[in-house]
Design a protein around this ligand. Structure first.
Ligand code: HEC
Length: 190
């Protein structure tokens, strides 16, 4: 510390009491190291707090507690039934009468149900619901594609098309059921 004391004497660049520059003892070294370590630890903690939270594991990100049977019963089946019932033809001696959506409100109601079906295909593919990564995904995707065709027909106000598509949609349901559900829906007769 002789050097520092001499410089201090010349132009005093170091306005601290000289005892601050006392020789480094092992105890002082330890204290200094400890203080430095604590400071950098504090820095690490604060920088971690400001960084984004880690993304949760996929399996816990979605609430898939509602079993597939409930999803079918309360979401998919009612939506599909509304589409299947939307168009029919009644024939009698006076001719054929179409039962079809007419008003904007009728079409909007169908638009809601078709959207539910399109999105339901995604719900079936969620981790926690999907039965496997192969055939199940294919069946769910096919179902989604059929649902989307229905949505398009509704957007285009195409009654004939909507009627035609009913069979394909039903086929998409049954083709998955045959493989995974051991279940024959009543709509198979439609
Ligand atoms: C990707 C596969 C898949 C597709 C597509 C699918 N389902 Fe299902 N469905 C299942 C499975 C699996 C079950 C059996 C669930 C169980 O019992 O655990 C089921 C069961 C059902 C049930 C019985 C629910 C109950 O009360 O237990 C109905 C109704 C149903 N599906 C209707 C439909 C309709 C309508 C469609 C098409 C618009 C459809 N499903 C499309 C897989 C599918």
């Amino acid at each position: 510390m002789v050097v520092a004391a001499e410089i201090g004497g010349l132009f005093d660049p170091f306005p601290y009491p000289l005892e601050f520059l006392e020789p480094m003892t092992p105890q002082r070294l330890l204290l200094t190291l400890l203080a430095t370590a604590l400071l950098s630890l504090h820095g690490a903690c604060t920088s971690q707090e400001s960084s984004p939270q880690p993304v949760p594991k996929l399996a816990s990100r979605y609430d898939t507690a509602q079993p597939i049977s409930e999803l079918m019963k309360w979401v998919i089946d009612p939506a599909a039934d509304t589409l299947w019932d939307a168009v029919s033809w009644i024939s009698n001696e006076k001719g054929t009468k179409a039962n079809a959506p007419k008003t904007e409100e009728d079409w909007n109601a169908l638009h809601v149900q078709a959207s539910i079906l399109v999105e339901s295909a995604n719900l079936l593919m969620l981790e926690g619901r999907a039965k496997d990564e192969g055939l199940w995904m294919e069946k769910a995707r096919q179902f989604g594609l059929e649902a989307r065709k229905n949505l398009k027909a509704i957007e285009e106000r195409d009654v004939e098309k909507l009627f035609e598509l009913g069979g394909d949609l039903d086929h998409a349901c049954e083709s998955c059921h045959l493989k995974y559900a051991n279940y024959q829906s009543t709509s198979a007769s439609k």
